[in-house]
Design a protein around this ligand. Structure first.
Ligand code: NAP
Length: 267
C-alpha cells in the first residue's frame, strides 16, 4: 500500500483525505491519504522521516508552505511563488517540491472555458494565494493589476510579476468595471457575508474566481451571478490543486469527477 498525506498544523478539517481517497478508489489504487501535524520546529525532521518511511507524497499547508522550500528541490513556479504545497518522494535524490495552487488556478479557468490571454485581470489580495494567481494570469498573457488592503504588499507582489500594476482597494470599482477577469484571493467572505468588490463594478463580461471555499457560495459570487458574470467557486481551485498533485504522484490521469464529488459532498 502507498501512503500519501498532508503536513500542516492544524489539519483536522482538511478536505484532502476524502478527495484523494475517492481518486484512489475510483482507479483501484492501493493507497491511503493521512494527515500529520508535526511541531512547527520539526518540519525538516518530518520531511526526512517521511522519505525514510517510504511515504510517496505529501501536501504541505499552513504554517509550513514557505519553510518547506528549504527542505526540497523546488521547481520554478514554487520558487517564484515562494511556497511549496506538494512534495514528491518518488524520484532519485532530494524530494521534489511543487506548488500546485498555480495549476489549480490555471485548470479552474480552463475547466470553465475562460481564455486568459489578452485579458485585463484584477487580483484582490497579495498573500500566498494571490501570488499563485498573479503568476498564472501573467504567464497566460493577461495584464495583471494587484489590489490589496495593504498597498505596499500589492506593490511588492506586482514587482515580481511581468507588467503588473498595483494599488489599494479604493480604486477597485473603476479597475473591475474595465476588467475581463477578477480573482478574490483575500479571506474576505469567509467569516462574514461580505464581498471585497463593490457590486456595482461587476458586469456580464467578467469571469470571477473566488479562492474562498468556506462558504462555497460567497457574497462576491452571488453578486457576480446576478449580473450574468461567469462564476468559479473556490472548490474548483482546491480540486485542481489536488488533481495536479494526484497526477504528479501517481503518473495517471486523475478521476476528476469522483474527486470533485467527494469534495463537494463535504462542503
Ligand atoms: P494570506 O497569505 O494570509 O493573505 C490574506 C490576504 O487577505 C491578504 O491580501 C490580506 O490583506 C487580505 N485580507 C485579509 N483580511 C482582509 C480584510 N478584512 N479586508 C481586506 N483584505 C483582507 O492568505 P492566503 O493563503 O493567500 O489565502 C487567502 C484566501 O484564499 C483564503 O480565504 C484561503 O482560504 C483561500 N485559498 C484558497 C485556496 C483554494 O484552493 N481554493 C488555496 C489557497 C488559499 P493584507 O495584506 O492587507 O493583510
Amino acid at each position: 500500500m502507498q501512503v500519501f498525506g498532508l503536513l500542516g498544523n492544524p489539519v483536522g478539517h482538511s478536505l484532502s483525505p476524502p478527495m484523494h481517497e475517492a481518486g484512489y478508489d475510483e482507479l483501484g489504487i492501493d493507497a491511503r491519504y493521512v494527515t500529520f501535524e508535526p511541531d512547527p520546529d520539526d518540519l525538516g525532521a518530518a520531511i526526512e522521516g517521511a522519505a525514510a518511511l517510504g511515504i510517496a507524497g505529501l501536501n504541505v499547508t499552513i504554517p509550513f508552505k514557505e519553510d518547506a522550500l528549504a527542505h526540497v528541490e523546488t521547481d520554478e513556479m514554487a520558487a517564484r511563488i515562494g511556497a511549496v504545497n506538494t512534495i514528491d518522494f518518488g524520484g532519485e535524490g532530494s524530494p521534489a517540491g511543487y506548488n500546485t495552487d498555480a495549476a489549480g488556478v490555471r485548470r479552474s479557468f480552463a475547466h470553465h472555458d475562460v481564455t486568459l490571454a489578452g485579458t485585463d485581470a484584477v487580483v484582490v489580495g497579495a498573500g500566498g494565494a494571490a501570488r499563485a494567481v498573479a503568476f498564472v494570469l501573467a504567464d497566460a498573457g493577461a495584464s495583471v493589476h494587484v489590489a490589496n488592503r495593504t498597498v505596499s504588499r500589492a506593490e511588492a507582489l506586482a514587482a515580481d510579476v511581468d507588467g503588473a500594476t498595483a494599488g489599494g482597494l479604493d480604486a477597485l470599482e473603476r479597475r473591475v468595471s474595465n476588467a475581463d477577469v477578477l480573482v478574490n484571493a483575500t479571506s474576505v467572505g469567509m467569516e462574514e457575508d461580505r464581498s471585497p468588490v463593490p457590486a456595482d463594478a461587476l458586469h456580464a463580461d467578467l469571469a470571477v474566481l473566488d479562492a474562498v471555499y468556506r462558504p462555497l457560495d460567497t457574497r462576491l459570487l452571488r453578486d457576480a451571478r446576478e449580473v450574468g458574470a461567469t462564476t468559479i467557486d473556490g472548490a474548483w481551485m482546491l480540486l485542481y490543486q489536488g488533481v495536479e498533485a494526484f497526477e504528479r504522484w501517481t503518473g495517471r490521469g486523475a478521476p476528476v469527477d469522483a474527486m470533485n464529488a467527494a469534495l463537494r459532498d463535504r462542503l
